[in-house]
Design a protein around this ligand. Structure first.
Ligand SMILES: CC(=O)N[C@H]1[C@@H](OP(=O)(O)OP(=O)(O)OC[C@H]2O[C@@H](n3ccc(=O)[nH]c3=O)[C@H](O)[C@@H]2O)O[C@H](CO)[C@@H](O)[C@@H]1O
Ligand SMILES: C=C(OP(=O)(O)O)C(=O)O
Length: 429
């Protein structure tokens, strides 16, 4: 199994291109199931999750071609995918595939909407909590689907088609909003989704659906109004830049006392996280075409943060912020309100010399003077990258195991960091 080796201490300096967002790219790929015509997606990130979802969609009959690099393009421009679901040949998404990736569960709504039936295994994904799917099912039932659970599969049927209705989501859920939206666009009549997730990736999916002919009002708000249409058509759409990758490299630049330009990053997608960084004493400047992060000689101050749905501080940046706070002056309080088991990085950061006390959903991070390299293990996607951040600042060598978690969500991570002066490489085997 591959490991990553970092020799810490070098301040990151240079430019890091921000890739297309994993959490937008995945639902956008799934949206291709809603039409017979071709959906073209630009700026697709090179990620293991994208490859795996491509295989899953292939099983359902989606034909995917990936355009080669055009003259003048570099690898940082992302890839162009053309997805065509002329015919859905299989309405079942098997356990072996869906258990490996949370987002693959979202094929449920489009297959049901287009074929009148779907059988999808209960999902897997990062082990960060129990992650039920009750809200997804309530949403589809509200649109008239008959839902049964059997042998670990959700079996959904709507032989006469889905019918628009009011869907009230009891809790803010990104995935349930994706599923509800993809079902509603092809339902007969009007649907209102109340308490919809406002995450930018939901907005990106909605914008793409509109480009495909869907009628959606209220994009970016917590109430989405959808007027169902009989069919959707092909479209061309560019994936949103990854706000979690942006925040991650911002924290990496900050912990090393570096100066980095995050090219293509959009500050409006992560204002709360950028404000938190400013509170710690990091210089954050919105510039033409990206964001500059610098910490030239200034120490880091402790902060208190609580994760919240967008526009609050994202749970997907909680582990990275905790890594940054390990060397801040004072005690930081980090409260996780979205997932009940998203503190797996705490014991690994401790191996690097961090002092963190866990009390229920809150971690108290007591800043230390410095971290020291050690052997650590990645446990989930964002926890893994928090160890990279800590390793970049730690004295000596850090060896990170189980890096396949990182490959799910970070496009060419070592290359991007190495170009900014980090000593980082991958040890195979
Ligand atoms: C691929 C993708 O985009 N993943 C993101 C997505 O995950 P995902 O869509 O799985 O997360 P949700 O927004 O659905 O989860 C939010 C909370 O709602 C709960 N819940 C969710 C559904 C449900 O039916 N019942 C229920 O109780 C969850 O357990 C969790 O406590 O949003 C999360 C919250 O921003 C991010 O951390 C993940 O990176
Ligand atoms: C939790 C994440 O992914 P998933 O929902 O696919 O497990 C994530 O992207 O941080």
């Amino acid at each position: 199994m591959d490991r990553i080796r970092i020799v810490g201490g070098a301040p990151l300096k240079g430019t890091i291109p921000i890739s297309g967002a994993k959490n937008a790219a995945l639902p956008l790929m799934i949206a291709s199931l809603l039409t017979k015509e071709t959906l073209t997606l630009h700026g697709m990130p090179r990620l293991a999750d994208v490859t795996l979802l491509g295989r899953i969609l292939g099983n359902h009959g989606v034909d995917i071609t990936i355009a080669g690099k055009r003259a003048g393009q570099s690898t940082s421009d992302g890839q162009t995918f053309k997805l065509t679901a002329a015919e859905i040949v299989d309405t079942t998404a098997p356990y072996e595939m869906v258990a490996r990736m949370r987002a693959s569960f979202w094929v449920l709504a489009p297959i049901l909407a287009r074929c009148g039936e779907a059988k999808v295994s209960l999902p897997g994904g990062c082990a960060i909590g129990t992650r039920p799917v009750d809200l997804h099912l309530v949403a589809l039932e509200a649109l008239g689907a008959d839902i049964q659970l059997d042998g670990g599969y959700v079996i959904a049927k709507a032989p006469k088609g889905l019918v628009g209705n009011r869907i009230h989501l009891g809790k803010v859920s990104v995935g349930a909003t994706h599923n509800a939206l993809m079902a509603a666009v092809l339902a007969r009549g009007d649907t209102e989704i109340v308490n919809a997730a406002r995450e930018p990736e939901v907005g990106d999916l909605a914008a793409c659906l509109v480009e495909m002919g869907a009628k959606i009002e209220g994009i970016g708000t917590s109430t989405l109004q959808i007027q169902g249409v009989p069919s959707l058509h092909g479209a061309e759409h560019a994936v949103l830049p990854d706000r979690i990758e942006t925040g991650t490299y911002a924290m990496a630049a900050a912990i090393t006392g570096g100066d980095v330009f995050l090219k293509g990053a959009r500050a409006d997608l992560l204002q709360e996280a950028l404000q938190t960084l400013r509170t710690t004493g990091v210089e954050v400047t919105e510039e033409e075409g990206g964001i500059r992060i610098a910490r030239n000689g200034h120490g880091l101050d402790a902060v208190s943060v609580e994760t919240q749905p967008f526009p609050g501080f994202p749970t997907d940046l909680q582990a990275q912020l905790m890594a940054l706070m390990c060397t801040a002056r004072g005690v930081s309080e980090v409260r996780e309100t979205i997932f009940e088991n998203r503190f797996m990085h705490v014991q690994e950061l401790a191996r690097l010399g961090a002092r963190i006390d866990l009390k229920g959903d809150t971690a108290l991070v007591h800043g230390v003077n410095g971290l020291r390299g050690a052997q650590v293990m990645a446990t989930d996607l964002r926890a893994s990258v928090s160890l990279i951040i800590a390793g970049l600042a730690a004295q000596g060598e850090t060896l990170i195991g189980r890096v396949y978690h990182l490959d799910r969500g970070f496009d060419r991570l070592e290359e991007k960091l190495r170009k900014c002066g980090a000593q980082i490489d991958r040890l195979s085997g």
